[in-house]
Design a protein around this ligand. Sequence first.
Ligand SMILES: Nc1ncnc2c1ncn2[C@@H]1O[C@H](COP(=O)(O)OP(=O)(O)OP(=O)(O)O)[C@@H](O)[C@H]1O
Ligand SMILES: [Mg+2]
Length: 425
Amino acid sequence: MNPIVNGQDYRLVVGLDIGSANITCSVGQANTSTNSIKLRAISSISSSGIKRGVITNRNALIDTLENVINDAERMANVKITNTILSITGEHIRSLNTQAAIPLNRINGVKGGISERAINDTDIFQVLDLAQAVSLPIDRDILHTIPQEYLVDTLDEIKDPLGMTGRRLEGRVHLVTAATTAITNLVSCVEELGITVDGLVFQPLAAALATLKNDEMELGITLVDIGSTTTSVAVYYAGTVQHSATIPLGSSSITNDIAVMLQLSVADAEIIKMKYASAKSSMSSSELEIELPSKNGGLKRSVPEQEVSSYVEARMEEIFQMVIREISRADIKDPLTYGIVVTGGGAELRNIISLAENSMGVKVRKGKPINIDGAQDIADGPRHSTAMGLLLWPLFSTDHIQMEKPKNRSFKGLIEKIRHTIEEMF
Ligand SMILES: Nc1ncnc2c1ncn2[C@@H]1O[C@H](COP(=O)(O)OP(=O)(O)OP(=O)(O)O)[C@@H](O)[C@H]1O
Ligand SMILES: [Mg+2]
């Protein structure tokens, strides 16, 4: 998938991060000769019609998408015709698979076997085979990320092109999603006359924007704390080893505050943003937060420390679930660079300190660092996914993307994958 050509002398890339709290449209200008992206525009709007990656009100979502896209078009002074979407939700699953092909061919030599160098076709064939798992009829492959290649007994090969051997094995990380979730999301965007060039699982996009190559090589986990979901991607040896979605996010904290203090969700959100700290020991027991009175009743107040104790309990729960997902990656060595937290939920006060205590590893906040011109405009953790979507066409190693289908719409892409899988059997 190449960045789109917009009929002008530059190439545009457009990302749409469709979250439960915020929908963000980013427009970037790709310079393929320097392999860099410059931010042209970014617009963000409060979300409606989608919760936990599931559409709850199609028309409301389409209206919001139209508004956010119009804003971005005005800012960048371009007409948006194509986009890449982020996707998340409990329906997303991941698994690691592998496949192997023999390399020795009888090259016209009668009865003879000739050695030859591994070419692109061999690599494509082995990746195609590795993704040819039997999926339930209602699921599709979102990503096929190569992890490593093995040529005979040599392992940990990143690019086997040009090597010789008798057997080529490929190991991949597969991300699958519910077909209905994909088609419904894509159809909302297509309704606006915009072609969807691809869908990217949120943490994989956020990782491209926030992580450095060394971190991915020596081990790091990206944790995108959104409003209704927390998505996780574990990187080691330069690639994704495991990815998952946890159905809890920053709005779980808001709901806890609302229930415990008998407030509306809107009031609880204000209290969270203004006063909440992820560590109750770092908040004051003296400072009283004034609560909005109910139906003109008596004024109420609550110690800041009490609010933070609710926040801490919920964040601890989320971090324990993150640790469980990291253990599923089954990596023997410890992840040298620990954890990066990003997404709007990572803005919570004292979150790093709680995360380090709770998970016992080094934690840093992830901000988009790999896009030119994003400084001061889109450099907060909540912009990571939208920024990562711009980097996806240039830097992702996704095999599905490398297939360069003739029909560039996502529907065409899915058909092609199905076709490939069917051909394998
Ligand atoms: N300063 C802050 N303190 C605490 N929470 C914050 C702060 N800023 C934003 N948040 C929370 O971050 C969340 C929004 O984050 P984000 O925009 O990443 O979510 P989203 O991508 O829309 O959701 P999802 O990925 O779950 O669909 C909201 O729940 C909001 O309350
Ligand atoms: Mg999000």
